[in-house]
Every structure is written in C-alpha cells, then in structure tokens.
Ligand binder design. Structure first.
Ligand code: OOG
Ligand code: MG
Length: 263
C-alpha cells in the first residue's frame, strides 16, 4: 500500500527524473514527505521507468545497490536497494563520459551476471541463482545521486532509481564454474593509483546473494528476473568521486579490466 496518491507519485517521479536529465541536484524528497514508505519509493522508481520507456528508452539491466559493507558504511544505511539501468546509460569499455551530463559522479567496481533462465522469488536461493547464471562479466557503475551532496536516506535513494547514471561493462565473458566470486580481488584505480580494493565476499558474503535478494524483492511484488537479464550485484568497494580529466580502471581478478575517461 502506498501512502502517497498517484498524482504525488507522478509529480515526484517528474521532479527526480528532470533533475537527472538536467543534471542539477535537489533536496531529498523525504524532507517534504517524511511519512512516505517503501511502496511509495518503489512506485516513484517505477514511474521513472515508465517515463523513460515512453520516451523510447529500453531497460538495459537490473541492479542491486548498497550490498557491500563498504558502501553501507559510506552512505550510512543498513540494507540493500534495487533499481535499473537504461540503454542510454551504457558507455563502451575505454569510452569517454561527459561530466556536463552529470552532477557529482562516483565510480564503483561491480561483479555482474547475465542470466539464461528466469529467477522468481520468494524462496530464491544461491543454488537457483547459480543454475540461472549464463556468464559473469565485470563493470564499473557511475552513480550520480540527484540529491544535494550525495546525502540521502534509503527511501529517497530508491525513488531516485538508486543513483543510476552510467555503466561500463567489460568485454570478457567468464563461466561461473571457473570462478570463485568470494575471493575474487577487485582493484579500482584512478589516474594510475589504486584508490579502493576489496574481494567479492564484501558483497553480502557472495555477490550472487544480491541476485537472490533481487529475485525475492521482485517476487514479493509479483515480478521476476527474466531470462537474459544483465544484473549488477553492487559496488564491491566504496564509491570514488571523479572529475573531468580522470582516467578510471577497474581490475577484477579473472574478469579483466574496465576503463573510462571523464571529460
Ligand atoms: C546508491 C546506489 C548504490 C551500489 O552499487 O552500491 C549502488 C548510492 O550509493 O548512491 O549502486
Ligand atoms: Mg552500483
């Protein structure tokens, strides 16, 4: 049950999506609607998805966020959130990302999967996810909260589609059976220097646990993860702020590297 009426939900979606499209920050929506609940937050995100589709965009993937202890600590929150990425957010590996379309972007290295079978909760678990993974690939997500100074609470960030802005995927596909996602080392470099590092287990003990959580989250709402979905399991390390001129490389053990330049 949402607490906000559909008109308010539509107006807040317009407010947040316009802030994204115009690359300007706004105050957090819970300042004005302190009583809003999780249903409201996901309803606003759904309305943002509907607006993008109506404008001709495709949904490129699903994401879990705030799944690592580093990220939860950095943002001062205690539970994961779920969102989506759209086609126009995709940047090719080695590509340039224009700062003028963004507010205050940060980068984070992520372990991602593409599925070959649908996943449906409730009751989705690790083994079901393992059976459904087609291949594993690396990515860097560029998050760009629309909220002033990147400060938010969980409901505000869910409504803001979990800060989705850009993403860069690597081009090497690996079989899950050949990898240990828990011990997989991840190093994030900015301008040649390592700025953050961690192992896959930082993400909920195992990155695939984030996929099971996503399936269970969707299942509670009568939805599923369709076969063929690209899923980002969440930043392994804390997110690192970038500015024009920065060159970012993420190196994921056994998955290769992903790079981009901010201009
Ligand atoms: C929310 C999005 C978090 C991740 O991978 O943890 C996220 C934020 O920190 O702005 O995408
Ligand atoms: Mg992320």
């Amino acid at each position: 049950m949402t607490t906000l009426n559909s008109q308010t939900i539509a107006q807040l979606a317009e407010h947040l999506e316009s802030a994204e499209r115009q690359a300007r920050d706004v105050t957090k929506i819970t300042d004005d609607y302190p009583g809003m609940d999780w249903e409201d937050a996901y309803a606003i995100q759904d309305e943002i998805r509907r607006r993008k589709r109506a404008r001709g965009h495709q949904i490129a993937g699903l994401k879990a966020g705030l799944t690592s202890f580093a990220k939860m600590k950095q943002m001062g929150v205690a539970s994961p959130v779920f969102g989506f990425v759209a086609d126009y957010m995709a940047v090719p590996d080695g590509g340039e990302i224009r700062m003028d379309g963004l507010i205050h972007p940060k980068v984070e290295a992520e372990i991602c999967v593409v599925t070959k079978a649908p996943l449906k909760g409730p009751g989705c678990h690790m083994a079901a996810v393992m059976a459904a993974v087609d291949f594993v690939l690396p990515a860097v997500e560029v998050i760009d909260s629309r909220y002033r100074d990147f400060k938010f609470d969980l409901k505000s960030v869910v409504a803001d589609n979990t800060s989705s802005a850009r993403f860069v995927t690597g081009t090497r596909m690996r079989d899950l059976a050949d990898l240990d996602l828990r011990t997989m080392g991840v190093v994030l470099e900015k301008n040649g220097a390592p700025v953050a590092m961690a192992a896959g287990a930082a993400v909920l003990g195992h990155p695939l646990a984030a996929v099971a959580m996503l399936a269970n989250h969707l299942g509670a709402r009568g939805q599923e993860i369709p076969a063929g979905s690209f899923i980002m399991t969440g930043g392994v390390t804390e997110a690192i702020a970038v500015e024009a001129g920065d060159h970012v490389v993420a190196r994921l053990q056994d998955l290769g590297s992903v790079s981009m330049r901010f201009v």
